[in-house]
Design a protein around this ligand. Structure first.
Ligand code: CA
Ligand code: CA
Ligand code: CA
Length: 185
């Protein structure tokens, strides 16, 4: 089979093309509103806390803050979810988890997000959102001030295999990816 480099490029181009088709089918105006975003990802009936989570996800994808996700923002978001390295993902998670943008993640923020993730992904995870939040703070709130700074978060998660796996899995969005792939066949 041809050389690897070009087939990788082809694959990427092909994926982008599929993403574009899906995007334009679901969203002919080329701009995705929050409502359409939820439709797009099959997130219709959400509890209040899940809604808050999806809304903050929407606004991290809406990079120019105009209230819409355009195609470039959508591709950037998908590329991040699908292809980004660990550090890049963690940086994005930090932004997502820091709901009020204070530069630190406090206990309530982490709990809110973890609860919302549980609600959306319906994992039969043994650990409750409260237990998970407490464990995270026990492990990586190094100075014990009840907030996770950017450094505590980045270093703590990257140095703890179990947490790293948990956090990556929590946002792997595989149901979204498989939804998109499902329509590629
Ligand atoms: Ca935008
Ligand atoms: Ca905060
Ligand atoms: Ca701290």
């Amino acid at each position: 089979m041809g050389n690897n480099e070009s087939s990788l490029d082809d694959l990427y181009a092909c994926e982008s093309h599929q993403w574009y088709r899906k995007f334009m089918t679901e969203c002919p105006s080329g701009l995705l509103t929050y409502y359409e975003f939820k439709q797009f990802f099959g997130l219709k009936k959400l509890s209040e806390s899940s809604d808050a989570y999806v809304r903050s996800m929407f606004s991290t994808f809406d990079m120019n803050d105009d209230g819409f996700i355009d195609f470039m923002e959508y591709v950037a978001a998908l590329s991040l979810v699908l292809k980004a390295g660990v550090e890049q993902k963690l940086r994005w998670y930090f932004k997502l988890y820091d709901v009020d943008g204070s530069g630190c993640i406090d206990r309530d923020e982490l709990l809110l997000i973890i609860r919302s993730i549980h609600a959306i992904s319906r994992t039969d995870d043994q650990m409750s959102a409260e237990d998970f939040t407490n464990m995270v703070f026990d492990k990586i709130d190094v100075n014990g001030d009840g907030e996770l700074s950017y450094e505590e978060f980045m270093e703590g998660i990257q140095n703890d295999e179990m947490l790293l796996e948990k956090f990556t899995a929590s946002l792997d969005l595989s149901h979204i990816v498989s939804k998109i792939h499902g329509e590629m066949v």
